[in-house]
Design a protein around this ligand. Sequence first.
Ligand code: ADP
Ligand code: ZN
Length: 217
Amino acid sequence: MPAGKRLILMGPPGGGKGTQAKRLQERFGIVQLSTGDMLRAAVIAKTDVGMKAKAIMDAGKLVSDELIIAMIEQRIDSADCNNGFILDGFPRTVPQAKALDGLLVSKGIALDKVIEVTVPDAMLIERITGRFTCKKCGEGYHDKFKQPGRAGICDVCSGTEFTRRADDNEDTVVARLQAYHAQTAPLMPFYKQRGLLEVIDGNRPMDDVTNDIERVL
Ligand code: ADP
Ligand code: ZN
């Protein structure tokens, strides 16, 4: 893949965007820009943004477009984005997509592809409510689908502390899915019309999904 890829990874909560974005980041040397990760870091650091976002995230609703757009504008200007980036979790609304357009035009750059990873809602609830990560290295696990080889010990770094996201509970998941269908799904026709959209079946083993994504790039 030539340098300078600029991608959007779309898909429902729990659809595997984060995992796939991390793999693309490693494989192609382009940075993952996850608005969810940025917000969670802001919550932990108790910044103004974090204070504003926490209750909204815990309720499974979307943080204001204004705040998100400001966050992305700042991040995309960093030098490490020059070689390309994968937007993970942004844009999530039509106003965010329009703001992104304006931003890219002002920088004289264009999107290469928009990848939508699809997974049925019924699968997502099970995926999300069972997932947890290693506190030290961030490796992802799942109660049913991917326990560490030795109970309580991370396969990657031997860490023994794990964490679950505050919004990965059943009530919040339902709200997040609703927000996705109502506010984010309408972006697919927007990108399809421009010939940028690639739809990938995300209801398969992660490696198969990765292979398909790499094939369309
Ligand atoms: P997921 O895709 O699994 O829901 P994310 O980590 O992408 O997880 O997002 C977690 C939460 O952060 C969302 O439910 C929402 O409250 C907030 N958030 C993340 N990105 C955006 C965005 N682009 N616009 C509005 N809210 C966002
Ligand atoms: Zn670990």
